[in-house]
Design a protein around this ligand. Structure first.
Ligand SMILES: [Zn+2]
Length: 437
């Protein structure tokens, strides 16, 4: 059956480059139109131009007063930690021991994993997030549960089984060989099945033996279009620990480099305590950083250094890091990354924050041309934002005199209430009003 063309009229915004480095980085159509056919974008532009070209029978959705943007891309978070978000602990390592490991143990039960996956994906939709890089637990069944739910909703998601063969409780420990075998079976089962994508997921250097990282590197070479995700340089205690475990490595990041784990489609969470050699290495290998400000502030880990990362041209993206992060909302995350940048002497315009949450994520994941903006042929993942969703936002945005001011108010005052609707591959995934807009 031929899909009916759908056309969405509102303020249309999307990016073609990073506003920090390009003068002409975005497209803004105040009275714009987004045209979708089936799962794909057909066009995005001025309503006055595109409306006349719509085929007969096209369905027009009037969203005037609202903004239509590409769906948000959250490049680092943990679905099993949905139930332990906002758990008190003095720092990363005690937080892992007290909350994370006992919570993750429950994912040996497939029904529990499926229940949390459903809640997690609902919450992402409520937050306007359409693509994410997701950590599961050490249990392969936690990955099956996640991808089963994600593929049922036809979401473009990357996820993987955590590999962890030391320095963790026995009940969450795999082995180097077992972890690699399970990961390879999951790649064959899920990678590129529909919109699902597999991510090799060694939790972080301290919980993997050298043998485990070496086998992960072999898988990364054997399956070059899979993703790699891990944590690096989040916390000073953690860095001191890595130094004792890998005394021969030049730096924490160098541990991963030695095993072939820096490459395109590799994503490292946090990247706070890097040096210039590390940043240069990330840039030259195409390895990306996932910035996790709500988590870094919550756990007291530290402040990401924007100026140094930009000087080296490290690929950057924005992430919630739930449950170390304190919100599923990429708007709340923008609010915090803005302040983190300010503390480091960098001014972060709202346009750049929205770039980082959309095309910046897609570029960091090497998914440009698939999602992240409204180029014709891209998958139609998009979000509708309502500047009038709260009395305060309505009052503030009514006084906005520029696109930058409008976006800045949304970034600083917005949250899941701001997300009027979320669409994935052209299909309505979430509507705040309950209506099919
Ligand atoms: Zn994390």
């Amino acid at each position: 059956m031929k899909n009916q063309t759908q056309a969405y009229r509102g303020g249309v915004l999307h990016f073609n480059d990073d506003p920090a480095f390009a003068g002409d980085a975005y497209h803004w159509h105040e009275d714009g139109l987004l045209v979708v056919d089936g799962e794909r974008i057909v066009a995005a532009g001025e309503h006055a131009q595109l409306a006349a070209m719509l085929p007969p029978g096209a369905v027009l959705h009037d969203l005037r007063g609202k903004l239509i943007l590409p769906g948000f891309i959250d490049t680092h978070l943990h679905y099993p930690q949905s139930d332990m978000i906002a758990s008190p602990a003095p720092g990363l390592l005690p937080w892992l021991e007290t909350y994370t490991f006992p919570t993750e143990r429950k994912f040996e039960e497939p029904e529990h994993a499926a229940d949390v996956a459903r809640f997690f994906l609902d919450e992402l939709a409520r937050s306007g997030t359409t693509t994410a890089m997701v950590y599961c637990t050490v249990h392969p069944q936690s990955v099956d549960a996640f991808f089963t739910e994600s593929s049922a909703r036809n979401l473009r998601m990357a996820a993987g089984k955590v590999m962890m063969d030391r320095n963790c409780p026995e009940f969450l420990r795999d082995t180097a060989e077992g972890g690699a075998r399970d990961s390879e079976a999951l790649i064959r089962r899920w990678h590129n099945k529909g919109r699902q994508m597999y991510a090799l997921t060694p939790r972080f250097a301290p919980t993997s033996t050298e043998a485990q990282l070496a086998l992960t590197g072999e898988l990364a070479r054997a399956y070059p279009d899979t993703f790699i995700q891990s944590h690096v340089a989040e916390n000073t205690d953690e860095i001191a620990w890595v130094k004792t475990l890998y005394p021969e490595a030049r730096s924490y990041l160098d541990v991963y480099d030695r095993y072939g784990l820096l490459r395109e489609r590799a994503m490292y969470g946090h990247c706070i305590y890097l040096d210039d050699a590390d940043r240069a290495r990330m840039a030259e290998t195409g390895t990306a950083a996932a910035l996790c400000p709500t988590s870094n502030l919550f756990l007291g880990s530290g402040l990401f250094d924007f100026a140094a990362a930009d000087a080296a041209r490290v690929p950057l993206s924005l992430a919630t890091d739930v449950g170390g992060g304190t919100s599923f909302s990429m708007l709340r995350t923008m609010n915090e990354i803005y302040k983190v940048a300010r503390m480091g002497g960098t001014y972060l315009p709202a346009l750049r924050m929205f770039y980082l949450a959309t095309l910046g994520g897609a570029r960091s994941m090497r998914l440009e041309g698939v999602v992240g903006n409204f180029m014709p042929g891209n998958e139609a993942d998009f979000v509708v934002l309502d500047p009038q969703c709260t009395p305060l936002l309505a009052r503030r945005t009514a006084r906005s005199e520029s696109l930058e001011e409008l976006l800045f108010a949304l970034a600083l005052l917005g949250d899941d209430r701001t997300v009027a609707a979320t669409y994935s591959a052209g299909r309505l995934l979430h509507s705040r009003s309950g209506a099919t807009v």
